[in-house]
Design a protein. Structure first.
Length: 323
């Protein structure tokens, strides 16, 4: 199958480059970040490193939505939740009835937006314990080697199709280590809970995953946030993949062993003066709690703390225009 990646940031670049290099797939990249597109074209590809080593140039083809005329079988979308309302309409003319769309973006809200352009039977979701950092236009670092990556995938309608199996095989060859699961919302919520700990706390204090785990209270903080999030999900009638205990273990292992050098994408947004996705992560957990008569005191508080961190960063770094 042929792939088109919308969003040539850290994760979009990683998925596309790995599919291109390890699975031998034809991959086209679509982006709306002008500096990124122009730099990739100028240097003839994207610079890629692995855990800050072996930086090398990987040739890729990148296009603005308005100039692309290709017809991929699978769209892979990696954008920030806040970008979707701008980027999806710019890509709408590229979407066709025979295509499917896959995304393992952080937060929640994107699948309903995809459903404005794709029948729900052609939407596939995923969650990825896979790290990437953007150093600058056309320069990306992947964190965690082939054995450290893990991801889940599931059809939006929870039907397993031949197309999903084909994507699964391609992702497997690309060293993304996928697993097909059957509980769509349980899958999505488990990753939101994961991000509500590591992404938010590491961003707030501007530290790497491994540095968070050096704190003696890291596991205790993880347990408290996970417990409240699972209770909110239970109040909403959602059964998450795994248990409270397994989620805590996944978070601690990912931070301390699999991806200790990783800065979350939320941190990258904060330190570049961009708005973060905290409202779609901790804020989303708090929302489903409120909607079902349960107050997520910790997640409400952490959401506001992260917004305070955004304000503080803009005060200390006025050279960055916050957006």
């Amino acid at each position: 199958m042929r792939y088109g990646v919308i969003g040539t940031g850290g994760m979009g670049t990683q998925y596309g480059v790995l599919l291109q290099e390890f699975a031998g797939k034809q991959v086209d990249f679509i982006d709306t970040w002008d500096d990124n597109v122009e730099q990739i074209r100028k240097q003839g590809g994207v610079y890629v490193s692995q855990d800050e080593e072996n930086r090398h140039l990987v040739p890729i083809h990148v296009y603005y939505p308005e100039e692309y005329d290709g017809d991929p079988d699978v769209w892979i979308v990696f954008l920030k939740q806040m970008q979707l309302d701008d980027v999806l309409p710019r890509c709408a003319h590229l979407f066709k009835d025979h295509q499917v769309i896959f995304s393992a973006m952080n937060g929640y809200g994107h699948f309903e937006k995809f459903a404005q352009y794709f029948d729900t039977s052609r939407i596939y979701g995923g969650t990825a314990l896979i790290g990437a950092e953007v150093y600058g236009p056309g320069d990306v670092n992947f964190t965690g080697g082939a054995n450290a990556k893990a991801m889940n995938m599931c059809g939006y309608d929870e039907q397993v199709t031949d197309v999903e199996h084909e994507i699964f095989e391609d992702f497997t060859q690309a060293t993304l280590n996928p697993t097909i699961v059957s509980n769509f919302m349980g899958m999505c919520m488990a990753k939101i809970v994961f991000n509500s700990v590591l992404n938010t706390l590491c961003t707030m204090y501007q530290i790497r995953f491994g540095e968070f785990m050096r704190h003696p209270g890291a596991r205790w903080m993880t347990e408290k946030l996970v417990d409240e999030a699972y209770t909110a999900a239970e109040k909403a009638g959602l059964k998450l993949l795994g248990t409270r205990e397994s989620e805590v273990e996944t978070i601690c292992h990912t931070a301390g062993v699999a991806h200790p050098l990783h800065y979350p994408s939320m941190y990258q947004d904060l330190t570049k003066g961009r708005s973060t996705e905290v409202d779609f992560i901790n804020g989303y957990i708090a929302t489903i709690g409120r909607e079902n008569g349960y107050e997520c005191t910790l997640h409400e508080f952490v959401t506001q703390e992260l917004h305070l961190a955004e304000l503080a960063f803009s005060i200390h770094h006025p050279e960055f225009k916050h957006s």
